[in-house]
Ligand binder design. Structure first.
Ligand SMILES: [Zn+2]
Ligand SMILES: [Zn+2]
Length: 387
C-alpha cells in the first residue's frame, strides 16, 4: 500500500481513541483492533486486511510522540482535508507494520509514514518567519449612513473582502490529490543563507519565496499561491455621533491571524448622507431659519424644528442682525457621557417676491420714515480712509 490520502485520515477515529488519549490507551486500542483484523486470523478477507493496514498506519503515527505531534499540527494547519500523492514518500513502496508492538515488544517502527511528516511538516521547531504566529491584516471598509443613524448610532452589515487561504486547496497551493513538496533549495526553512566575509546573510529563499514548500501541481483556483480573495458580511455597531469622513476602528474584526496569531482590526470609513434640513458641526446640529425683517427689527418668538423632537421656540430680541446664530442647548448630537450638543439656529431674512397692496404700502411708509439714514454712509467713509 502507499501512504496516499493519509492526511485525510483520522487516525484517532481509526483506533477509536480520543485526541487526548494517553500513549497507553493508544497502544491498548491498537492491540485489540490489530488482533481482531490481523491477516493471520482473517485469511482471504480483503476488508479485514485493509482495516488492519489502516489500524497499523494510524498506530505507527500515534504511537510515536514526535510523529503524533506532527500529525496533530499538520491537521490543525491544513484542516485535515489534504491529500498525499501516490509514491511521494521518499523511498516509496511498502508500509512498515511493526509486529513487535502487536505482540508486546517495544520495537521502533522506523521509516514509514513519520518520515514524510518529518520532512514536510517538521518545520515548527525552526524559527523561520513563516512558522511564527502572524497577526491578521487590518481591513478597511466603507459604509454610508443616513444623517439620523449617524447621530443615533446604528448596526450595519459590512461586506468585507479580503485575502485568505484558498478554499479549494485549503491554503496549500497544491492541486487536489497532491501536496506541496519541501523546498529542495532551503530544505523547508524558507531562508537561504550565504556567507559574505565573516557575516552570514539570511534572506528569503528564492526558489520557494520563503514559503519552505514548492508546489509541482498548482491548485487551479489560486494558481498555486494558496491565497484567495473572499468576502464575508459582518454586523457591526456604529456608535452614536459619528461624522462624515470619520474612520472607526473595530478591534479584532480584520483578517484572521495565521498559526494562532490574533486577528487584525477593521477600520470603517463612514460616509454620512446630508439631511435636507439639519447640518452638523461637531456635537452641534445646525439649522438655518427664515425670518422676516419685522421679526428681526421688532423681536419675535419663532418656532424652529429640532431633530427628532417637537419644534423649539427661539426668542429673537428686537434689533437682531440678519445671520445671527442662537444656540438651543441639549438639542444637538448626543455624546458618550449622555450629554448632548446644541442646536445652532441661524436666522436669515426672507425677502418676499410678491407683496400685497397693504404690505407694499407699509414698506413704502417705512422707506419714507427711514429716508434720512443711509446704511452705507459709514462704509463709504471708511473705504475712503483706507485708500
Ligand atoms: Zn526554499
Ligand atoms: Zn488553491
Amino acid at each position: 500500500m502507499s501512504t496516499k490520502d493519509y492526511l485525510e485520515k483520522d487516525y484517532y477515529k481509526t483506533l477509536g481513541v480520543a485526541k487526548t488519549a494517553k500513549p497507553a490507551e493508544v497502544k491498548t486500542a491498537y492491540r485489540k483492533l490489530a488482533r481482531k483484523y490481523h491477516p493471520d486470523s482473517n485469511q482471504g478477507d480483503a476488508k479485514a486486511e485493509e482495516r488492519f493496514k489502516e489500524i497499523s498506519e494510524a498506530y505507527s503515527v500515534l504511537s510515536d510522540e514526535k510523529r503524533r505531534k506532527e500529525y496533530d499540527e499538520a491537521r490543525s494547519l491544513f484542516g485535515g482535508g489534504f491529500r498525499v500523492p501516490t509514491g511521494s514518500r521518499p523511498g516509496g513502496g511498502g508500509f512498515n507494520f511493526d509486529l513487535g508492538d502487536l505482540f508486546g515488544n517495544t520495537g521502533d517502527a522506523g521509516g514509514g509514514l513519520g518520515d514524510l511528516f518529518g520532512t514536510v511538516f517538521n518545520r515548527g521547531n525552526r524559527t523561520t518567519a513563516q512558522n511564527r504566529p502572524r497577526r491578521g491584516a487590518d481591513v478597511e471598509t466603507e459604509t454610508t449612513l443616513s444623517f439620523s443613524d449617524a447621530i443615533d448610532g446604528t448596526t450595519v452589515g459590512l461586506r468585507l473582502t479580503g485575502e485568505g487561504p484558498c478554499p479549494t486547496c485549503r491554503g496549500t497551493g497544491a492541486k487536489a490529490g497532491t501536496v506541496p513538496r519541501v523546498c529542495p533549495v532551503c530544505a523547508g526553512t524558507g531562508q537561504s543563507s550565504r556567507n559574505q566575509g565573516s557575516f552570514g546573510i539570511s534572506e528569503p529563499c528564492k526558489e520557494c519565496r520563503g514559503r519552505g514548500l514548492v508546489v509541482d501541481d498548482p491548485c487551479p483556483a489560486c494558481s498555486g499561491s494558496g491565497r484567495a480573495m473572499s468576502s464575508r458580511t459582518i454586523q457591526s455597531r456604529i456608535p452614536a455621533g459619528v461624522s462624515d469622513g470619520q474612520r472607526i476602528k473595530i478591534a479584532g474584526k480584520g483578517a484572521p491571524g495565521e498559526r494562532g496569531g490574533p486577528p487584525g482590526d477593521l477600520f470603517v470609513r463612514v460616509h454620512v448622507k446630508p439631511h435636507p434640513v439639519f447640518g452638523r458641526s461637531s456635537d452641534n446640529l445646525t439649522v438655518t431659519v427664515p425670518v422676516t425683517f419685522a421679526e428681526l427689527a421688532l423681536g419675535a418668538e419663532v418656532k424652529v424644528p429640532s431633530h427628532r423632537g417637537a419644534p423649539v421656540t427661539v426668542r429673537i430680541p428686537p434689533g437682531t442682525p440678519n445671520g445671527r446664530t442662537f444656540r438651543v442647548p441639549g438639542k444637538g448630537v448626543r455624546r458618550k457621557d449622555g450629554t448632548a450638543g446644541g442646536l445652532l439656529v441661524t436666522v436669515e431674512v426672507m425677502v418676499p417676491k410678491d407683496l400685497n397692496t397693504k404690505a407694499r404700502s407699509a414698506i413704502e411708509d417705512l422707506r419714507e420714515a427711514t429716508a434720512g439714514t443711509d446704511p452705507r454712509e459709514e462704509l463709504l467713509e471708511r473705504a475712503k480712509e483706507t485708500t
